[in-house]
Design a protein around this ligand. Structure first.
Ligand SMILES: [Zn+2]
Length: 437
């Protein structure tokens, strides 16, 4: 990085200029960088300049022999988190690591969870996410107990407090049939009013008739209230794709104009190749989005006592991408009964999930699930593609290659609305735009 004296002065006014390596697939405009070399890891040596929080120039370096020693990435969007239960492992551990035990521990903890504990989980998560380079989070929120409205009031306060630093989108996570109740209707109205989403769980064993009825009601409700849906669907090692098949059946009977995200979709990968490709095409036709969650899936699914299973159900990312489905990769649970590790670090997520999912950072479709596709699923105004006029919202990794960046835990600097995070004056109010359009 080069920051000369005059440039430093610029940077204090949300402006700056740096020499960096940038993934070619994240650069939106080609005119000024035509003819530049792209290295074997898909990185270009560039000078990026910004003024008043917006990129004003991206061009090749004059001296091509000097390779910059930082990688610039757009700040990340986390498409699937559970902020409300993060860091609850010490209260609700799950040493066996099974899905069923996670569920029991989760429900027990939820019943007795205090407002203080909820606040602790969310605040700790957001503080980590900010310094690790996250700009937006979609979080599912357990919403079926007697304290639901109290919890959502608290979350609304937190969202307001954080809105200039991290954009928050919530999904009300409830049993599917809850949306047919009076309380469900009230919650749905609140969710829709705030631009949040309706959620639910479809995992085997389930009653087909009852589930179709609940899904039909949910999709109709979401369309009536004009709010989107994000489902935990087929997070299982049995009954391959049984949930998404029901969803497609329902969508075949009614007109749907809202966006539906299928989170997990793990068991779909257990189908035969031809069935995967047919189902993926049907999903693309209905414009369903997918969030794959390799870490929790690998941890919870396919466990078989003291016998190591090579079957690790995970959304068939490549086949879905090939059919035209937007797929992103999320972090899911952090230090709770469902998954004990990680810490809202998108680089950590890439390093752990890329080997599981066979994704590579030097390919467009390997990187997009962590960058532009995640932003697209959250329906953010900025998709994370870097070009003139886009927000100066960056993560700078102290590394000159992907291999190094994903092997070591690289030091990083975060730029928010053109200003370096650690150089922000205390209590300074930021204004940057990543809101839901
Ligand atoms: Zn989840």
């Amino acid at each position: 990085m080069t920051l000369e004296k005059e440039e430093f002065n610029l940077s204090t006014k949300a402006s700056g200029r740096i020499d960096v390596l940038v993934p070619r697939c994240l650069i939106g405009e080609g005119a000024n960088i035509l003819g530049l070399t792209v290295d074997f890891e898909g990185l270009c040596s560039l000078q990026v300049e910004w003024r008043h929080g917006k990129i004003c120039s991206i061009k090749g370096l004059k001296d091509a022999s000097k390779v910059p020693n930082e990688i610039l990435l757009p700040r990340f969007s986390e498409p699937h988190a559970h902020l409300d239960k993060a860091f609850s492992w010490s209260r609700a551990p799950n040493y066996k690591g099974s899905y069923q035990e996670a569920l029991v521990a989760n429900l027990n903890d939820y019943k007795s969870r205090s407002q203080g504990q909820l606040l602790f989980s969310v605040e700790k998560s957001l503080n980590l996410a900010l310094v690790n380079g996250i700009r937006a989070i979609r979080s599912h929120i357990d919403s079926f107990g007697e304290n639901v409205m109290r919890d959502w009031d608290l979350l609304e306060d937190i969202r307001k407090k954080w809105r200039d630093k991290i954009f928050l989108q919530f999904v009300a996570l409830v049993p599917l049939e809850f949306w047919q109740t009076y309380e469900g209707e009230l919650l749905a109205q609140r969710v829709a009013l705030n631009g949040d989403l309706l959620g639910g769980v479809i995992a085997p064993p389930f009653n087909k008739k009852k589930t179709i009825k609940s899904l039909l009601h949910l999709v109709q409700l979401a369309n009536r209230l004009n709010c989107d849906i994000d489902l935990h669907i087929d997070e299982s090692q049995s009954c391959p794709a049984a949930g998404v098949k029901l969803l497609l059946e329902v969508l075949g009977h009614i007109k749907n104009e809202i966006s539906i995200t299928c989170s997990h979709l793990s068991s779909m990968a257990l189908l035969r190749e031809k069935s995967i490709s047919n189902l993926a095409k049907a999903m693309a036709e209905k414009k369903l989005n997918v969030v794959a969650l390799p870490l929790t899936n690998s941890w919870l699914l396919g466990r078989n006592e003291r016998s190591t299973s090579i079957k690790r159900p995970l959304a068939p990312i490549f086949q879905l991408q090939k059919a035209g489905v937007v797929v992103s990769v999320g972090g899911d649970n952090v230090n709770d009964a469902w998954f004990p590790f990680t810490n809202f670090d998108p680089i950590n997520l890439m390093a752990f999930s890329m080997p599981i999912a066979h994704l590579t950072p030097w390919e467009r479709l390997g990187l997009s699930p962590f960058t532009s596709s995640a932003a697209s699923i959250l329906n953010l105004q900025w998709d994370g593609v870097l070009q003139k006029g886009s927000p100066a919202d960056f993560v700078l990794l102290d590394s000159n290659s992907w291999v190094k960046a994903l092997s070591e835990r690289p030091k990083r600097r975060v730029v928010v609305n053109g200003e370096f995070l650690n150089e922000l004056p205390k209590n300074k109010k930021l204004t940057f735009n990543n809101s839901h359009p």
